[in-house]
Design a protein around this ligand. Structure first.
Ligand code: ADP
Ligand code: MG
Ligand code: ZN
Length: 616
């Protein structure tokens, strides 16, 4: 990535390099230049050389005698002065010159240059650079306010191509049309087709929107201006708008080209209708400038604007109307084949053991984004290094999925024996209720190794194939297996613990969604009371209903969870012997794979009651 202006970071590096260079010069180079090499010799050697006639010149002061021999160039020696009255006589008879000083420490001009002019020059240079930056930041010079300090990137070679983006086939196809248009606008204008001016990539975080834009840059082989929305947000009013102006001016000069605005929601937020004084003037001005620039340029000239956001719902409607960002490309979370493909792309960067099954890993990582999967491979590689292995094994992958799902294993956490038993029963409760129901996702793994996230254990279920729809029964079964943990605790220990807090939250969420969003209770039918605030980021809901309805919603939610809890409790009670058996094994081994679990469970038949296998 090449830039027009040096970024602050490299400026600091520059500063550091200059300082180090000056220090090195001072220590190693200047002394050599300034002071010729002088050999220290004993006084008698000086006398010896004097008698042999090897000395050409002598200079003496109170602390030392400096002398030179007759070689060419003369070598310099020094020795301590002695109380030697005969010395003057000896030198006189030898006929050598003696005066002081014979060795000038250095040429005065040289000294002056090195100790004064050079450092001052360097500091003046630094000062200028610093001054430039400050005034570019707009704080020094009001005259420069109109000028933008836009940090506009031109990608030369990103080295990213569509091959690096896996599992986003639709998005890639839509974008290759854009690339094709930029290469070959005539083909489109001949038919009379008008390419959209703006293309908006929308999708949850980490799905590869930024990566896709980079890939477009790599494929298009036209100039690619890239800027992040947050870079428009400036301290001074008017600066953001100036940046937009500058960006489009440069883009127009370079057409055909692509302008990419990442995280466009930072500037593209919906303007408030009745904004009073001030309001968020700066952002609004920036947005207005962007809108007018988009209207201003001629699409046939070949400037294509790409933007990415994970919050399309907050964008100003003016941005998304036809003639601006009228093409919307969804970049969704990857499905199973997509996840396998993404894992493959990233697995190329690490050395995998030959028996690694990426598909199994992809299956377990349901709901993961591309960024999560990239992280997963990296975590696995780090784990391999920690264990001094040269290749990444399936075990590394599985463990790093657990890390991403539930946090790192907490090795130093010591659970009391009773706690460990409770957790074992709790987890087996989840797993058994799930396994005893038809249509539940198979159990993939049960573990009671505590996690740094605070989880004391977890049960992981993995769907055999991707699911896009859930029936009412599916959700009910899900709630039932979520409550199965608490049900097992109550059944075996006849007491309940705080360990189910997270389960309770999840069960409540699902039950409430059945009532308020999925229209799954007869009472209300197809009426939605909750609306999700953000399509891609999940999170909050806004509820729209009377307080009377609110009461009913709560009552129905409670009822659903209670029914499912009772169902789970009954299922565990009917299979209590198996519950004890599996909990015992889990307690001893701490981790069970899905296969081990199913082997012990056998076919879910109703088995006769038995005594608890674990004393508690
Ligand atoms: P976004 O901009 O959608 O939030 P990014 O494009 O920044 O996500 O993705 C972050 C990282 O995740 C990428 O650098 C890449 O390593 C990985 N990644 C995400 N999606 C994919 C994908 N579809 N194929 C390969 N890698 C991906
Ligand atoms: Mg991004
Ligand atoms: Zn639980």
């Amino acid at each position: 990535m090449r830039e027009f202006k040096p970024p602050r970071k490299s400026f600091i590096y520059y500063y550091v390099i200059v300082m180090v260079a000056i220090m090195l010069l001072n220590v190693f180079v200047f002394p050599r230049i300034l002071q010729p090499r002088v050999t220290e010799v004993p006084y008698n050697q000086f006398l010896n050389m004097l008698e042999k006639g090897e000395v050409s010149e002598v200079s003496r002061d109170d602390v030392q005698i400096l002398f030179a021999d007759k070689e060419e160039p003369p070598k310099l020696y020094k020795t301590g002065p002695m109380d030697d009255p005969a010395l003057l006589e000896k030198m006189h008879t030898a006929g050598i010159k003696f005066y002081s000083p014979i060795v000038e420490p250095a040429s005065p001009i040289m000294t002056f240059l090195l100790s004064w002019i050079v450092p001052i020059g360097i500091f003046m240079l630094l000062g200028r650079l610093l001054g430039n930056r400050l005034s570019k930041m707009g704080s020094m010079n009001a005259m420069q306010l109109g000028k933008s300090n836009a940090k506009i990137y031109i990608e030369s070679e990103t080295g990213t191509s569509f091959d690096d983006v896996a599992g986003q086939e639709e998005a890639k196809e839509a974008l290759s049309e854009v690339v094709d248009f930029l290469h070959n606008p005539k083909k489109y204008t001949e038919v009379g087709a008008i390419m959209p001016k703006g293309v908006l990539l929308v999708g949850p975080p980490g799905t590869g929107k930024t990566l896709l834009a980079k890939a477009v840059a790599g494929e298009a082989k036209v100039p690619f201006f890239s800027i992040s929305g947050s870079e428009f947000v400036e301290m001074f009013v008017g600066m953001g708008a100036a940046k937009v102006r500058d960006l489009f001016k440069q883009a127009n000069e370079k057409a055909p080209c692509i302008v990419f605005i990442d995280e466009i929601d930072t500037i593209g937020k919906r303007r408030e209708s009745g904004a009073g004084f001030g309001g968020n003037d700066e952002r609004e001005q920036t947005l207005n400038q962007l809108l007018s620039e988009m209207d201003g340029f001629d699409a046939s000239k070949g400037v294509m604007i790409l933007a990415a956001t994970n919050r399309p719902e907050i964008l100003d409607p003016a941005l998304t109307r036809p003639g601006r960002f009228d093409r919307r490309i969804p970049v969704e979370l990857p499905d199973l084949p997509g996840r396998v493909a993404i894992l493959k792309v990233h697995a190329k960067k690490v050395r995998l053991a030959p028996d690694v099954d990426l598909e199994r890993a992809a299956r377990a990582a349901a709901g993961a984004s591309g960024a999560d999967l990239a992280n997963l491979i990296n975590e696995a590689a780090l784990r391999a290094v920690r264990h001094n292995r040269k290749t990444v094994t399936q075990e590394d992958l599985e463990e790093s999925i657990d890390v991403i799902v539930a946090g790192h294993q907490k090795k130093d956490r010591v659970m009391s024996d009773r706690e460990k038993k409770i957790v074992a029963y709790h987890e087996v409760g989840h797993a058994m209720v799930a396994a005893l129901q038809a249509g539940s996702a198979p159990v993939h793994k049960i573990t009671i190794i505590p996690r740094t996230s605070g989880a004391l254990g977890f049960t992981m279920q993995v769907e055999e194939e991707e699911r896009y729809l859930m029936s009412k029964e599916d959700i009910e079964n899900r709630i039932s297996s979520i409550t199965g943990g608490r049900a097992a605790e109550e059944l075996v220990f006849n007491s309940i613990t705080t360990g189910a807090a997270n389960d309770i939250e999840q069960a409540t969420k699902l039950a409430r969604a059945m009532v308020t969003r999925y229209g799954m209770v007869d009472e209300f039918g197809m009426v939605a009371f909750d609306q999700q605030q953000s399509q891609y980021l999940g999170g909050g809901f806004t509820t729209n209903c009377s307080s009377e309805t609110q009461g009913k919603i709560d009552a129905l939610t409670v009822q659903i969870v209670r029914e499912q809890y009772d169902k789970a409790y009954q299922a565990l009670k009917d299979n209590e012997r198996k519950l004890h058996e599996i909990a015992q094994v889990l307690y001893e081994q701490e981790t069970l794979t899905g296969e081990q679990f199913m082997e012990i469970l056998g076919s879910p038949a109703n088995l006769p009651e038995a005594q608890p296998a674990i004393e508690v």
